[in-house]
Write a protein that binds this ligand. Sequence first.
Ligand code: S3P
Length: 439
Amino acid sequence: MLDKAGRKLSSLTFGPQGASLRGRLRVPGDKSISHRSLLLGALASGTSRITGLSAGLDVQATRRAVASFGATVERGANDGEWAVTGGKLAEPDDVIDVGNSGTAIRLMVGWAAAIDALTVLKGDRSIARRPMGRVVEPIRSMGASLDGRGNGSLPPLVVRGGHLHGIDYELPVPSAQVKGAILLAGVSAEGETTVRERHPTRVHTEEMLPLWGGRVRLGEGSVTVVPGPLSPCDFDVPGDPSQAAFWIVAACITPGSDLTVQNIYLGAQRAGFLAVLERMGANVEVAGFDDRRGVGDVRARFGPLVATQVGGAEIPGLIDEIPVLAVAAAFAEGATVFSDAGELRHKESDRVESTVGALRTLGVSAEGKPDGLVVEGNAGASLKGGIIDSEGDHRVAMSMAVASLRSVSPVTIDAWESVATSYPGFEEDFAICTSKRTS
Ligand code: S3P
């Protein structure tokens, strides 16, 4: 199978299944937190020791990027252990390639803008169509010179960084990537920088900055960074809730399942998918929650599900989990409506179209809307299997692997290689949970 550019694509076949999910599992380190730990480590003078770093290609791209600016990044003795020595950053010799990572390119627009250097940021074909105006505009207003295709609205982007001044900025689109970029730029700006948001988004940048010695003030719907030098930090990246969501939904829809996913980050704006599953009547419970780190275990058991409405202010806190929640919706009695989620159309694929297309291939009745999708669920449904085009979108590919657990025929997922961007060990974890092998 070849993509439109003639490159060979891999496909993977799951099932038919029949196995329940049982036992305990740990998922990879959180992707959002991993990117930020590298960027903060590179800004700090001295060595930050990071454990639990995501091994996905997206985070590898950020790791290579900070090294291109002169940070020293060394692997530790165990998987996920890295030492980042930063402080003295200089102009990279070459273009920075972020691969498939929207988080890497957007955070780096702000991060690189504070460095007196010329930075060119590019990515793959999916990155080339992702909107950048939302981050370019505020960083320009801090005094950096930025350009890109379409007057800076699309990558590749060119950043001429240097002397920045603080701004007071209200996000027009709820986006933690944009908030993070502005705050990272604000660390080295002259004067304070405030970001205001109408709908709360994930809080990793403001939560992590103080751990690296940054000064942050939280207000009602706002966060202010006070500029100043950063100092190194020893930091353990908790498990990724977006990856845990695949196994939690898998256990909820697969008869006989009783699975615990351990050590997951469940802080603000990342556990919204659990609230949705609870509204659907799912048997999910959090145990051992550590309030200080925002980390806990989630136990999920099979049970009957009912449809729900998902929309409004809860969307930014579960946007990445919508494809797998749509799979849960396929087995929930009634019509589940996802609305106010137009941002889905600007992810690694147009996730409204890719999710609806994949579900329909498997025999689920689903319909795309300008701002979301509707899934007609049937609690007793068995899917018919088929060949799915994941459109190179890791979350769609993994969601359909979850759907295969309720299929009577094999589910083949094309462009499976995208899964390595966030979850290189997905197949192994699938086998561990189900004690079944893929082919
Ligand atoms: C992320 C923020 C979200 C999310 C993305 C990771 C982050 O994107 O979808 O996967 O790490 O800040 P937006 O900033 O576009 O909302």
